[in-house]
Design a protein around this ligand. Structure first.
Ligand SMILES: C[S@@+](CC[C@H](N)C(=O)[O-])C[C@H]1O[C@@H](n2cnc3c(N)ncnc32)[C@H](O)[C@@H]1O
Length: 268
């Protein structure tokens, strides 16, 4: 069997497609809507458009788990009609998932228009085992390999304005939710950078707090629970005081909470 065909295509409720992993059977997106998730869970809450409209001309994004390129496409769609260029570092373990994504139907409505140039770029980068392609006024660099290694090996000292943390769940792929990797990511986040992820696990939120980020509630997407936002210098929707204390205790066990432990709530 062709290895790409092991990734099973599934149509989600908003008409866009996702892929299901042959390893553990987890889908790359919520079946309630892959494209909706990309826009509402990742592109919008990371405030790329807000920053572009405020006059920033160049923004940088770290995209963890390229997958079908939907989050990537949503980020570029978010900047349409602004003067900002977006530079993306997109990290993916499996060339096969990208290959399988290129064979999927484009989906409906505006998605096909936005996704077509992303797919062309991914196809070109895939053909050379990864690489860079232009997209709009910006560029995407697709790097294959385990993100723990590829991010650590990045020589460009760039700080990212936004991070899409979208690996498979901690249950089936714990490696990208662990403190070592999250610390690597946090070290690459600028002063107003926002990270978004679908996970609402206490363990994940506490780990983000422990690596020096403030954490807050992400948006609810469809019937899904709030994900998590993390970063520095932004006001984010906070947790209720009990949850904030619980997170701080988990992140900083011991009698004296570390400085910043109180910032599990809204950013100050
Ligand atoms: C939930 S899917 C991402 C969906 C994607 N963001 C999109 O917009 O279509 C998770 C992706 O993370 C990739 N992945 C899993 N482990 C990884 C690792 N250690 N390093 C980099 N990518 C990894 C998977 O192959 C998969 O494509």
């Amino acid at each position: 069997m062709d290895s790409t065909s092991r990734w099973r295509a599934e149509r989600t409720a908003d008409g866009s497609f996702t892929l299901v992993s042959p390893e553990h059977g987890e889908a790359c997106h919520s079946l309630a809507g892959a494209w909706t998730q990309a826009r509402e869970r990742y592109a919008r809450p990371c405030r790329l458009r807000e920053r572009a409209l405020a006059g920033e001309r160049r923004l940088a994004l770290l995209d963890v788990g390229t997958g079908l390129g939907l989050n990537l496409a949503a980020a570029f769609a978010e900047l349409e009609g602004t003067d900002a260029a977006l530079d993306v570092l997109s990290l993916e373990l499996e060339p096969d998932v990208v290959r399988a994504a290129l064979a999927l139907p484009l989906g409906e409505g505006g998605l096909a228009r936005v996704l077509t140039p992303v797919r062309s770029g991914l196809a070109a980068a895939l053909a050379t085992g990864g690489g860079e392609f232009a997209l709009g006024a910006g560029r995407v660099r697709l790097v294959f390999g385990d993100a723990r290694r590829t991010l650590a090996a990045e020589r460009e000292p760039a700080l990212f304005d936004a991070v899409f943390l979208d690996p498979f769940s901690p249950k089936v792929a714990p490696e990208l939710w662990q403190s070592d990797f999250l610390a690597l990511v946090a070290a690459r986040m600028g002063s107003r950078s926002v990270l978004s992820t679908y996970s609402s696990a206490v363990r994940v939120r506490a780990a983000l707090l422990a690596v020096g980020l403030s954490v807050g509630l992400g948006p609810r997407v469809g019937a899904k629970s709030s994900g998590t936002l993390a970063g520095r210098g932004f006001e984010l929707p906070g947790f209720d005081p009990r949850t904030a204390r619980r997170l701080a205790r988990k992140a900083f066990p011991g009698p004296n909470p570390a400085p910043g432990a109180e910032s599990a709530g809204p950013f100050s």
